[in-house]
Design a protein around this ligand. Sequence first.
Ligand SMILES: Nc1ncnc2c1ncn2[C@@H]1O[C@H](COP(=O)(O)OP(=O)(O)OP(=O)(O)O)[C@@H](O)[C@H]1O
Ligand SMILES: C[C@H](N)[C@H](N)CCCCCC(=O)O
Ligand SMILES: [Mg+2]
Length: 360
Amino acid sequence: MTTDPPQASRPTHLSLVPPHRGGGHGLPVATGPARRTVATAPDPLQAHGGGHAPAVPSPVVSVTPAETAGEPEASPPTSLAEPSAEPAEPAIEPAEPEAGPEAETPAETRETARPSRADSDEWRGIVLVTGTDTEVGKTIATAAIAAAAQAAGLRVAVIKPGQTGIDTGMPTDAEVVTRLAGPETVRTLAEFPEPLAPLAAAKVAGLPPLDLFDVVDAIRAEAEKHDLVLVEGAGGLLVPMGVRPSGEAWTFADLGTTLGCGMIVVARAGLGTLNHTALTLEALNRRGVPARVVLGAWPAEPELVHWANLGELVPHLVGALPAGAGSMDPGVFRRSAPGWLTPALYGVLDNWRVWAEEAG
Ligand SMILES: Nc1ncnc2c1ncn2[C@@H]1O[C@H](COP(=O)(O)OP(=O)(O)OP(=O)(O)O)[C@@H](O)[C@H]1O
Ligand SMILES: C[C@H](N)[C@H](N)CCCCCC(=O)O
Ligand SMILES: [Mg+2]
């Protein structure tokens, strides 16, 4: 784990041109997986594992680093800089950095442009799913990843360490995932009545708080029996989850560093998401946890802000779910899920330009 502060990179300018159409319709809701495409030119909305900022103007969204326009590979914006550190014991197989363009990156920018080990690789083993906040779509995104991985032939488990708010009468996250994706195993480790952070919910209920190492042991036990274990947090990254044997509170970030695995950050698509996403990625980067982003709910009628945010977040994105996915018939959800996710998450979405055009 590194304790180095995030590296500074260059300022950026945004050049935004929404798609020319009479109003976008969002992601396809009930279609099959998106078709695979082969990129023929540098494409700002092309999904790739390199995690570099787009540098070529696009008819859809163009994000052009001010000092690097024309360079094929530049570092991402400072506020959303690529996580560069690596965990001590990663659950994700290391990926070879891309040759070619990477070699042309100036030495002083390589630190921030370095691909994480999740790049161009499938996320196997233990994968934590956090969010920029509560109610951002973590559960629906977890279900989509589980569905896509199962369709790819993996044995999948989903674990919710701390489910709060069970007295609200709402379906639990485990129930939602079971209905939508039906993974082989779904486990909730502890339930608390009040809709609060798990540690607070344990305290007000007079129940034992979650023990970090009990949670670690339960996750590792499932990892022995499955190819992919998705673990959904509660709220955002630094929500107090429970207590360590020392009595100190622990967070989902602590779970990530203890397990040494990668994290998916589910983010909103609308105004405010750039700050929340950057804060979450920076916190993970400082802890040496590789991270990628999935948009929890891409609106049916995207506005300028959504296209602007998409352009900014593309270097980090490994998926985007349509708003309304959670209400789909489970069969439709399972057939559609691979079209919302890149191959890193067992999907077929490999070109954001094509995705954006098909979304309209
Ligand atoms: N893509 C989506 N389609 C339909 N509904 C969605 C979608 N994303 C989120 N929702 C709805 O928004 C709400 C929040 O989603 P979700 O339960 O996945 O949030 P969460 O991030 O898991 O929150 P928590 O911190 O409580 O676990 C739910 O009511 C869910 O049905
Ligand atoms: C009840 C809710 N849906 C989540 N399960 C818990 C969210 C905790 C958020 C705590 C906080 O950040 O203030
Ligand atoms: Mg949830």
